[in-house]
Design a binder for this molecule. Structure first.
Ligand SMILES: Nc1ncnc2c1ncn2[C@@H]1O[C@H](COP(=O)(O)OP(=O)(O)O)[C@@H](O)[C@H]1O
Ligand SMILES: [Mg+2]
Length: 269
């Protein structure tokens, strides 16, 4: 199992879109994929028709006190989608109540790692859609991951968000044996606008080793797919947006070699 987080402490930058796009592309390659929604806004769950207010089988259940999450409950939290091999654990507003709990309490920061360890043989890839706030949920997402994808909207105000995200990663790295690899992914790129072009250049210049060498373009097909509740691949596999995500996936697969991650091995028993 490979675990990736999609994270940025800014909303509206393409986190949920990136999660769905990578998820459906991996599933189309025959991988068993689980998308985990840890955002209290529950946009990923909503995308697939699960209301964040009323859904009962949900990621919130993963945070039950140690030993209280039984196998049937864990199973029940996993919903299928219309896409073969693509599964989802919806997020709900109840997640917000967890943000107040202390990370240190009861190994609270490892709840997701522990649940994923129990699903180790069932999925090839897990993609976590992270919340935009730094708290127990984001800490859980990053602790469970071996790679972070950071969508960055190509506009002027986006840079501050990147800096905050990098500070968070630095903090997380203090409790990891190896630094968590991350890739900044320019999103909502419109090459006709000065804002997009110059912020793309700024990103590449400032973090040359960590910025993807291409960008996800503004593509209304991605928005259409989300409003219809279908994956962008199901809506239009030829769209520029999904093509760009396919190219991003190639890059990610190259940088995450197929070896068992140390965190997984530890969490397993
Ligand atoms: N590349 C894109 N082109 C056009 N619209 C996009 C693109 N990426 C995201 N969107 C739209 O922008 C909005 C915010 O994206 P979303 O993925 O929900 O961001 P986040 O999860 O970071 O809040 C959504 O309406 C989504 O459909
Ligand atoms: Mg989102």
């Amino acid at each position: 199992m490979r675990v990736w987080s999609v994270a940025n402490q800014k909303g509206g930058v393409g986190k949920t879109t990136t999660t769905v796009a990578l998820g459906c592309l991996l599933a189309a390659q025959g991988k068993r994929v689980l998308m985990l929604d840890l955002d209290p806004q529950g946009s990923l769950g909503s995308y697939f028709g699960h209301s964040p207010e009323v859904t009962t089988r949900r990621s919130f259940d993963w945070f039950a006190p140690s030993g209280k999450l039984d196998d049937s409950q864990l199973d029940a939290s996993i919903h299928d989608t219309d896409t073969a091999q693509l599964y989802l654990v919806p997020g709900t507003t109840a997640l917000a109540t967890l943000e107040r709990s202390a990370v240190s309490q009861d190994g609270m920061g490892l709840a997701v790692s522990r649940a994923l360890a129990r699903l180790w043989d069932r999925f090839d890839y897990v993609i976590i859609d992270s919340p935009p706030t730094l708290g127990v949920l984001l800490v859980n997402a990053l602790a469970a991951s071996e790679q972070v994808v950071v969508p960055v909207q190509t506009e002027f105000l986006a840079i501050k968000g990147v800096e905050r995200m990098l500070n968070t990663l630095q903090m997380i790295n203090r409790s990891r044996r190896q630094p968590l690899p991350y890739l900044l992914v320019p999103t909502l790129f419109d090459r006709r606008t000065q804002a997009s072009v110059s912020s793309f250049r700024y990103l590449r210049k400032t973090w040359p080793d960590h910025v993807w060498n291409s960008a996800i373009p503004v593509d209304t097909r991605l928005r259409d797919a989300s409003s219809r509740g279908v994956t962008p691949l199901a809506l239009d596999p030829t769209s520029r947006g999904i093509q760009a995500y396919a190219s991003l996936l190639k890059t990610l697969l190259k940088t995450t070699p197929e070896v068992a991650p140390a965190t997984g091995a530890v969490a397993h028993g």
